[in-house]
Design a protein around this ligand. Structure first.
Ligand code: AMP
Length: 119
């Protein structure tokens, strides 16, 4: 079982930001920037080739809520979406990266960012 399936079934903890019946959003454990997070479908899809388009649409709908959260709490100045497939994909469970951009920003720990985003 892949690591994201283990997060979904509760075997592995995560810094959860949002959850509904279709998706889960949590902070990336090794973030490129403050607030770097991942949105994953609860049902297992490997990558862009097998994901259901309705699920993909829902992921993008949810990404707008997360974008608003990042703007409100972290004052992000840009947001990059990344979705890897094949050899460049480390975890073989579909995920959309949301990577905030800041003109100037000091890197904080994942714990500190989680506190800011959830308080
Ligand atoms: P990739 O598959 O290359 O698109 O990236 C996988 C991402 O998952 C990387 O940015 C990792 O830091 C992240 N990651 C791996 N394991 C965990 C975990 N247990 N919790 C949160 N993020 C993770």
């Amino acid at each position: 079982m892949d690591i994201f399936c283990k997060i979904i079934n509760g075997e592995i903890p995560s810094y959860k930001l949002y959850e509904d019946e279709i998706v889960l959003c949590f902070l990336d454990i090794n973030p490129d920037t403050n607030g770097h997070c991942l949105i994953i479908p609860k049902k297992h899809y490997t990558d862009i080739n097998d994901i259901d388009l309705d699920v993909l649409k829902h992921i993008f709908d949810v990404s707008k809520k997360i974008k608003k959260l990042l703007e409100d709490k972290l004052n992000i100045e840009g947001l990059t979406y990344i979705q890897n497939n094949g050899d460049v994909q480390e975890v073989k469970h579909f995920h959309l990266h949301l990577k905030p951009y800041y003109r100037n920003n000091e890197k904080k720990s994942v714990e500190e960012i989680y506190e800011i985003l959830t308080k």
